[in-house]
Ligand binder design. Structure first.
Ligand code: SF4
Length: 691
């Protein structure tokens, strides 16, 4: 592998969100790194948002873990890896393969994900590998699989530019996927006839672009799209030819919509009718959805309610038409594609399908394959808490901050027999609970691939030497696999070895009728340009992946959020990102300019609610839920409704002893997807009184 020489420029991909922008990184003769958007990359065509533009400010070695540590004492790699391998082997021998778990991350590269998944599912013989992407897009995966037969995104970014109506639901695109928002804004400027509808209980920066903002009740999405489905039927906008040729379940879905018990959406009849008129009267419609839909105890049903409307009208798989889920993390999609969820195998194959399982097991020459789904994220940490999981390896993520009921997660990890954390940073809230810390390389230091929201596979490329003794995640995992006795299966020497194996495995997809075969791509790993995969569209002419080749419309109805307001906890707390920070701020917290926009955790609270509770502007507020508390700054605004508040997710024990919002969030999950209900926790808010 060659290091980038001074004065050269390397093409890589942004470390942050699921837009997956191409980045040109240059090291000046003086050794300074600068970044700019790659004008040739099909996700961003040269654009970058505030976070991407500040990537060069986040390359400091401050806080970096520079050598392995055992019990807080520095050690060498050989000792640390031997201990990890032996402790996992001993735990498995004494308690079985399901007594261990890997918790991984949408920040990992595809090659890292692939090797972790192979080690756990094929060789350890457990499906207890799940990912923080479970918190982000599992409901979309479940909705896609129920409707299409696979987790396939039907469209691409260009559809947003080619549509005449873009519906943004549960998506603050302006802050969370800023470059796609910029592309949409430019398209709307070019095409003044384009309309944008924003569906969100909260008024956000994204609402600024909207011709219509529907400030619906929290959780009312299924009702809204059922009302739309009925309007499509009653106004004669069903594409009967498409439905007859390609769709099952139409009658049952319509009947469920007709029998929908919930009537109140929290919006006026006029606004509802305006939405229906726009949707039914516009052929080229894209419905974009994100965490506001996914992070719900009925997130899968919300996804299917949206997809139902597109299937009923045949508005899918053609230019400017389709349901479109945008992923949160840089490689959430890559993780999905290599089976990084507890219920999946690589290449969109199903763990619980015996034929798929056997094919992957044969391909890997694997000694053992689980035949049931493993523990999903919330279940996994519950199992750590009650002692079923006795050894866990957490890779590249910070669940002590980001998991629901985060205080419980911290206690569970502190009490767990054996916790391994591999990460760039040694001072995260999660790293502080580790028995063994393994220093990992990060963006700028590692090579591999990532897949963005529209399925474009891009390269991340190394242009700096690793800090200290940091190793690549795929290398660390492979070393442990070899030390556990599987030398041939994990004999990788470079990420391209792994990518080529994964590409070869993907040819199995065709064997099962799933159009996921990247093995035939005429690409060299080193010169891979992201031009193929993301541009394709699916299902315009049917060809779904259920056994009969047809899609399914699902009968879905409103179900209330599982967290219900009480006298003690009367306010519903929404949570989400701010424009300039990313996840738990391990990287963006280093760039001073990224804290100029919003410098500390806050609570958006309606003026009438603040007055009733005696909360003054910019004063501190104590927010409590049944699970924990956080102290944040009051931001009094009518962007939120009276009985709702909003708190950002990023601040951690490192940056504010009191801002860990996920300590408050309920661990309720969607029964289909296992995704937590992160946007509907019921809380109380009171002026903070220091003791
Ligand atoms: Fe990076 Fe996302 Fe911003 Fe693009 S939009 S520069 S991928 S954070």
């Amino acid at each position: 592998m060659k290091d980038l020489g001074l004065g050269n420029t390397v093409k890589t991909t942004c470390a942050y969100c699921g837009v997956g922008c191409g980045v040109l990184a240059t090291i000046s003769p003086a050794g300074e790194v600068t970044v700019k958007g790659d004008p040739e990359h099909p996700a961003n065509y040269g654009r970058l948002c505030s976070k991407g533009s500040a990537l060069a400010d986040t390359l400091s070695s401050i806080g970096r873990l520079v050598s392995p540590e055992i019990g807080g004492v520095k050690t060498d790699w050989d000792t640390a890896l031997e201990l990890v391998a032996k402790r996992f082997q001993k735990t498995i021998a004494e308690h079985g393969p399901d007594s261990v778990a890997f918790y991984v991350s949408g920040q990992l590269l595809t090659e890292d994900y692939y090797v972790a998944n192979k080690l756990m599912k094929g060789f350890i013989g457990s499906a207890n590998i799940d990912t923080n992407s479970r918190l982000c897009m599992a409901s979309s995966v479940a909705g896609h699989r129920r409707a299409f037969g696979t987790d396939t995104v039907p469209g691409n970014y260009e559809d947003l530019e080619q549509a005449d109506l873009v519906v943004l639901t549960g998506s603050n695109l302006a802050w969370c996927h800023p470059v796609i928002y910029q592309r949409l804004l430019a398209a709307k400027t070019t095409n003044p006839a384009m309309k944008v509808v924003n569906i969100d209980p909260r008024r956000t920066a994204t609402s600024d672009i909207a011709d219509l903002h529907l400030q619906i009740e929290v959780g009312a999405d299924v009702t809204l799209f059922n009302r739309l489905l009925l309007a499509i039927v009653d106004s004669g906008h069903v594409d009967h030819d498409y439905v007859a040729a390609h769709v099952n379940g139409f009658d049952a879905a319509v009947e469920a919509a007709r029998n929908e018990a919930r009537a109140d959406l929290g919006i006026s009849d006029a606004d509802l009718q305006a939405f229906i008129d726009l949707w039914t009267g516009t052929e080229k419609v894209v419905t974009v959805y994100s965490q506001g839909v996914n992070q719900s105890s009925s997130g899968s049903d919300k996804v299917n309610a949206i997809i139902n409307c597109h299937l009923a009208t045949g508005r899918i798989g053609h230019a400017g038409m389709g349901p479109f889920s945008v992923t949160g993390q840089p490689n959430a999609m890559g993780g999905r594609e290599v089976g990084g969820l507890a219920n999946m195998l690589a290449c969109h194959l199903d763990l619980e399908n015996a034929d798929h399982r056997e094919a992957v097991q044969d391909f890997w020459h694997a000694p053992a394959m689980p035949d049931q789904a493993g523990l999903k994220a919330v279940e996994m940490f519950d199992a750590v808490a009650d002692g079923r999981i006795k050894a866990i390896w957490i890779m590249c993520t910070n669940p002590v901050v980001s998991m629901p009921e985060a205080d419980k997660v911290r206690t569970a990890l502190e009490d767990c027999d054996f916790v391994v954390v591999s990460d760039m940073y040694g001072d995260t809230d999660t790293a502080l609970t580790a028995d063994v810390l393994l220093p990992a390389t990060g963006w700028s230091e590692k090579d591999g691939t990532v897949t963005n929201s529209d399925r474009t596979i891009s390269r991340q490329r190394r242009f700096l030497a690793p800090v200290g003794q940091a190793k690549h995640d795929w290398d660390i995992i492979s070393e442990v696999g070899r030390r556990m006795g599987w030398e041939r299966a994990f004999a990788y020497t470079a990420p391209e070895d792994i990518f080529r194996e994964y590409a070869a495995l993907s040819s199995l997809g065709g064997k099962f009728g799933k159009d996921f075969d990247i093995s035939a791509w005429d690409i060299g790993y080193d010169c891979m340009t992201p031009t193929r995969w993301g541009k394709e569209r699916y299902f315009g002419n049917g060809g779904f992946y259920h056994a009969d080749g047809r899609a399914k419309m699902l009968p879905v109805q409103y179900t209330a959020p599982k967290s219900a307001p009480t006298d003690a906890f009367p306010l519903r707390m929404n949570s989400g990102r701010v424009r300039d920070h990313w996840h738990t701020m391990t990287r963006t917290g280093q760039a001073a300019r990224l804290s100029q926009h919003l410098a500390e955790p806050f609570i958006e609270i309606h003026p009438a609610t603040a007055e009733r509770l005696g909360i003054k502007p910019a004063h501190l507020v104590e927010v409590t839920s049944p699970h924990g508390k956080a102290i944040v700054r009051a931001l009094i605004t009518d962007r939120v409704r009276r009985r709702e508040v909003f708190v950002p997710i990023h601040w951690t024990g490192q940056y504010s002893s009191a801002g860990r919002v996920d300590a408050l969030v309920t661990g309720y999950t969607d029964p289909v997807s296992g995704q937590p209900e992160s946007k509907a926790t019921c809380v109380d808010a009171q002026p903070f009184a220091a003791d």
